[in-house]
Design a protein around this ligand. Sequence first.
Ligand SMILES: [Zn+2]
Length: 437
Amino acid sequence: MLLDFPNHPVQLKDCKQTSLGCTLYCDEVSAHGGQYMFILWTSDHSPFATNSMASRWPICVIPADRYLIVDGKNITLECATVAITESFNKLALHGVKIKDMPSCGGKTVARLRFFVMGFRGDWKALKQVFHMDRNYNENEICWLCGATKGNDGDLARAFSDLSSSAGFWATYLTNPPWSTAPGYTKLIGFHLLVISPDLLHCLNLGVFKDIIASTLKVILGDQTVFQGGLLEERMKRATESIRQYARANKLPLRLHKFTKAKLTWKTRTYPEFKGSGYDASVCMRWLEAILAPHSDTYGDICTMIWAFNHSTKLLCDVPRWFLTGDEKSTVETVGLLGLRLFLKLASGARTNGDFLWRVKPKVHLVHHIFANRRPSRINYRVYSTWMDEDFLKHIGRTLKLVSSQSAQKRILQRWLMTIPGNIRKCFRQLRSKQPGV
Ligand SMILES: [Zn+2]
């Protein structure tokens, strides 16, 4: 990873062997009629990374109704990030002493240092924490480059340009997306690249939702794949089909049935699938399977869905942090093919006056994931927020059980009580796989 940060203090201080990378995550949880911002940290080397309750460590919980916002800047979050930055800088500079066993003399044998090497979260939370002036609500959308929505006909840096010579690449990492530097920029070794787009929010909860709903609106309207007089009958057949597919492939689907509300199917409105990130991935795989026999009719849709599924699967299946040159090249070629076909379908729909294939700014973040320009060829899967979301789901349930008057304190106390049990359980599982640990 240090290939991406050649001047990082870890290189200069020569403490690579005794340094740990950490990632910070932020998102809001709904409870007691409001929102609570959670900021968590995770060790990049956690042996329990797939157990959210044993690998995610909350730093603070802030009720959103207490936010102090001045001129659009969230002062409350800014103060929190300044305090978190000071703590992590102490951990980077002074580290934590690791002592030998008392029976062996108890001497300090190493000094473990911590460096924040990644930030992940949904775009809204990152925008707040880093008070980004360039964001999805503005013409300039991206924190990594100067890509625009192309407002007022100025397409010089339009994010819809997927070529390697697109205008926005000339602005890649040249200017920060904020006018005043946020607290986290004072972290030792901070670099804009550590703020990472995340597969779950950009793909599963982003582009996939538009693809699923638009595809279903097209095929259910055409009566090619599912026959039946009324739309409700065809939706019922589609529901039976996906449930059967999920059972056959042992995929635990949460979706009960397709409805117009589930697909936001309204007149003069872009459809969007309302389901979980996991259901979105199952829907994409199911659509690829059921459309395969109809590739003559839906050639572009079939290829687009295959391309998204293939490139995403490759990222998720590679167990390593970094892709090989061939893997990166395949993800980029196939992933960009999917994006190109999505934009082609969107352009066709716009010409015909159809409300289909909505192109949102998240498409551009997906472009950064597929056309990864980090020298290390890092696999963006490591910045996925599945486990962080899982942690928030668990802690969110507990949050609803404690009094709203003392929710922040009680939720942290309850979480502390669960730590020993969770860690013991993880060690038991680890020992059963690796005797001697
Ligand atoms: Zn960009």
